[in-house]
Ligand binder design. Structure first.
Ligand SMILES: Cc1cc2nc3c(=O)[nH]c(=O)nc-3n(C[C@H](O)[C@H](O)[C@H](O)COP(=O)(O)O)c2cc1C
Length: 188
């Protein structure tokens, strides 16, 4: 059982990172092998919509995303963690998500060669926003849940938290518990 964590904030050690670590600790405790990818440390350009991947399932862009595609395919569950930037996800997370295109054919079905690995894969989300109203992050949840629904991924749910300063979320026991439980669920 492999659980992959995708960290979408540029703030390493920040709120999204802390909650993702909680989730991965939960997954580890439940027996999973875990790995965390910090998107901001990698080079991931936006999708060029060249459509070449529609035929091959291989992205022509030469950056770090093809390596992440491999890790996505190998994982049993993927937990994303992302702060709200201007009412949506960070640029790092959006570039990553758009590059999922390579996994689909022209009709937005899984590429045949990827279907056996993507079918039923679990996907979860953690969001953090500065606004005390956690629903400020609803657009991020909408993006990930809609992707899961369209592709019949197994939606694990979203943990939505609120914090502003770096590391502030470590005082939020409820959010940390929810993130830990999300990780346990991902690995069960
Ligand atoms: C460029 C930028 C834009 C932001 N936009 C929003 C926003 O639209 N709504 C909101 O509630 N918080 C916003 N925030 C606050 C962050 O979501 C908040 O500080 C969060 O805790 C950051 O998480 P992190 O520590 O994981 O990076 C913004 C922060 C930055 C740096």
């Amino acid at each position: 059982m492999k659980v992959l964590g995708i960290m979408g904030s540029p703030r390493v050690g920040g709120n999204s990172d802390i909650l993702l670590d909680e989730a991965l600790a939960g997954a580890k405790q439940a027996g999973a092998d875990v790995e965390k990818i910090i998107l901001n440390k990698l080079k991931i350009s936006g999708c060029h919509d060249c459509k070449k991947c529609n035929e091959t399932g291989i992205c022509v862009l030469k950056d770090d995303m093809p390596e992440i595609h491999k890790k996505i395919l190998e994982a049993d569950a993927i937990i994303h963690s992302c702060p709200v930037y201007f009412w949506t996800m960070t640029a790092q997370m959006k570039a990553y998500l758009d590059r999922w295109c390579a996994l689909f054919d022209a009709k937005w079905r899984w590429q045949k060669q990827y279907y056996p690995k993507m079918k039923g894969k679990r996907i979860g989300l953690i969001t953090v926003c500065g606004d005390p109203n956690v629903h400020t992050a609803d657009p991020i949840v909408h993006s990930f849940k809609s992707t899961a629904d369209m592709t019949k991924l197994n939606w694990l749910g979203a943990v939505m938290a609120s914090a502003t300063d770096k590391g502030e979320i470590s005082k939020d026991e409820k959010a940390k518990k929810q993130a830990f439980e999300l990780g346990e669920k991902a690995a069960s």
